[in-house]
Design a protein around this ligand. Structure first.
Ligand code: M6R
Length: 618
């Protein structure tokens, strides 16, 4: 989970590479570096900190920015603490080869020991410096070109990588390779320039043509020539597919908002409308989902559905469990992908697995999918990033179509995942007769109102901000919800934790009396989801219990509620809808609340400490 940005061509490479790194900072931002080649010399600049720190250093010396070839990296540390030395790029011992790397070389220690016996010394603690020296050693001993040396070296490597390698002796080419970490090659007109990046965002303004390497593929990129793609294992040639990029520059910019997170919160009405597009036919009271229709018998005859995901996507999965069991009466289990893959789970060909991931690159989810497939299960993906590893690894699936999500804290990805899961639950419930026609139609009609309801809900921003100002200095918070809103309580707590660094816990409201109630005193803010359906009366009782222990209550209620208003310290109203659809609304104020608290505490909202957008390590 690092970002790679590289350029080779006729333009000045520096601004392309640096701006590319800024767009990729969501992938990691604890240190960064750039190598520039001016036709004679390579200049390496690396530093702990953000790309802006790197820019500050390079701005001191113009020669650090000169040349038409550049390779940059923004890092989320795995091997070696984030410092200048461990930052990428890394030179080989001779200083002739240079590499940037995303991933982990698991057998680096064995290779390092072997290289030390052959006279290599190492400046950093990284697995990456080991890899570039291995490539150099192979190149020397085999007497081969860079491409062949990279291929041979990689056959000795265990782990995951996306790499870009440059050889000063061959300055018109760069070599890239992929296993488990994404890499995209932007192809310029007439092959006069090439871009390499962890996703296509760094080169959107230059070319719409991109080649996405598959796992175990490498590419030799030579100026003026077609890109040559090979299989790493057997060196066989592959016909590269040049795809036309569908995302625009506008989608990856802040568009007047202070932060991507705020922009993405506000994009939810549009994002959900895009998720609906072509699927939710409200006028005809129909849901069309080819990927479900084509595999309907698998879903309907499944012993159970297992949902696997991590983080926010796991919370969406929990909502999915409540939805599918309620509407389609099919048993569902929700598993953390990271636990599932290592706990020797019982999975059979009668199970359907739904894997949920915004990025489509989460290593734990990907590994869990492979495990489920190996046991014969049918695996269905719910991903946002088109063409991502998870989208490719699953048998079938549905994209959420949320558009690029850049803020590290997931917002629109969550609500669009829930939207897809609701469509699936409705579709299955209708197909197996668990939902009556009337009930199905009612859901469709209520569902189609959600984007407009969120639009209206977003107008409460100032009110939420005033509540944020009251509780911004809290050190602990509780989030309570029941039924469909229990996962929303978990998600609300995660949002606060990850961007404000305030400790927060989510609980099913009724569980409070089994322990967490001991935490409550006058300093504890408790966010309670108390919409007017389902377990309303029970939640009201829970609120009374908190009140009698002097806890501060911030309640999310349905418009027009009076009962909770009388007891709570603050209320935030959400529009009325069916209980099963409330997570799509109750989530919004909790997102805004976390956002405002983080801004008031002066935290880095879009790039919270220690986190990265896609977690491509175990
Ligand atoms: O890309 P994925 O949905 O697979 O990512 C899963 C988690 O890493 C992610 O949801 C994470 O928890 C976010 N930081 C939450 O805001």
């Amino acid at each position: 989970m690092c970002g790679i940005s590289a350029y080779i061509g006729h333009r000045e490479a520096y601004p392309i590479v640096i701006n590319g790194l800024k767009r990729l900072e969501y992938r990691g931002y604890d240190s960064s570096g750039i190598m520039m080649y001016d036709g004679e010399k390579m200049y390496l600049t690396k530093t702990k900190g953000k790309v802006s720190d790197l820019e500050f250093i390079t701005n001191q010396e113009e020669e650090r920015k000169a040349g038409n070839i550049g390779m940059g990296h923004t890092r989320w540390a795995t091997h070696g603490v984030p410092n200048d030395v461990n930052s990428h790029p890394h030179y080989s011992q001779s200083g002739e080869l240079v590499i940037v790397h995303n991933g982990i070389i698991e057998n680096y220690d064995t290779i390092k020991k072997e290289l030390i016996t052959r006279g290599y010394t190492f400046k950093s603690d990284t697995d990456t410096e080991v890899l570039i020296n291995l490539i150099e050693e192979v190149k020397k001993t085999e007497g081969c070109k860079l491409g062949k040396a990279v291929q041979l070296a990689l056959t000795n490597v265990v782990g995951a990588y996306a790499i870009t390698v440059f050889d000063k002796a061959k300055p018109n080419e760069i070599v890239v390779a992929r296993l488990g970490s994404p890499i995209a090659i932007g192809v310029g007109e007439d092959n006069k320039e090439f871009f390499v990046a962890s996703d296509a965002s760094p080169f959107l303004e230059y070319t719409k043509n991109a080649i996405y390497l598959e796992d175990e593929e490498m590419a030799i990129i030579k100026l003026g020539k077609e890109v040559r793609v090979r299989k790493i294992k057997d060196d066989s040639l592959v016909d590269p597919i040049i795809q036309e990029l569908q995302i625009s520059l506008e989608q990856i910019e802040k568009g007047g908002y202070d932060h991507f997170m705020l922009k993405e919160i506000h994009e939810q009405p549009k994002a959900i409308t895009d998720t609906f597009r072509g699927r939710m036919l409200a006028e005809e009271n129909m849901i069309k989902m080819g990927s479900i229709e084509d595999n309907l018998d698998k879903f309907l005859n499944a012993d159970r559905i297992i949902i696997i995901a991590c983080g926010t996507s796991w919370h969406a999965g929990l909502v999915g469990e409540y939805l599918i069991e309620d509407m389609a009466r099919i048993p569902v289990e929700v598993e953390y992908a990271s636990e599932f893959r290592y706990r020797n789970p019982i999975v059979t060909s009668k199970d359907v697995v739904i894997a949920i991931s915004q990025s489509g690159e989460t290593a734990d989810t990907l590994a869990a999918i492979k495990l489920a497939k190996s046991k014969g299960a049918f695996v269905y993906g719910v991903c946002n990033v088109v063409g991502s590893s998870i989208a490719r690894e699953t048998h079938s699936g549905a994209y959420t179509h949320a558009g690029p999500e850049i803020g590290v804290a997931s917002t629109k990805a969550f609500t669009t995942q829930i939207t897809v899961l609701t469509l699936i639950a409705l579709k299955l419930g209708k197909a197996n007769g668990s939902l009556s026609d009337d009930s199905f139609k009612n859901y469709i009609q209520k569902m189609s109102l959600i984007p407009k309801q969120i639009e209206k809900l977003l107008e409460i921003d100032e009110h939420v901000k005033s509540i944020a100002a009251v509780y911004k200095d809290a050190t602990n918070c509780l989030y309570l919800g029941r039924g469909f809103n229990f996962p929303v309580a978990l998600e609300g707590a995660l949002k606060l934790k990850e961007i404000s660094y305030i400790h927060a816990e989510g609980y099913p409201a009724a569980e409070m009396k089994h322990g967490p109630i001991a935490l409550i005193d006058e300093n504890m803010p408790i966010f309670v989801i108390a919409t007017n359906k389902g377990h309303y009366e029970k939640v009201v009782s829970n609120i009374q219990e908190i009140k009698s222990r002097a806890g501060k209550i911030i309640a999310i209620v349905t418009e027009g509620d009076t009962q909770v208003r009388d007891i709570a310290d603050h209320v935030i109203e959400v529009p009325d809808t069916e209980e099963a659809l409330t997570p799509l609304l109750t989530t919004i104020p909790l997102q805004l609340l976390s956002y405002h608290i983080a801004v008031m505490l002066n935290k880095n909202v879009d790039q919270p400490r220690n986190l990265a957008k896609s977690v491509t390590v175990e």
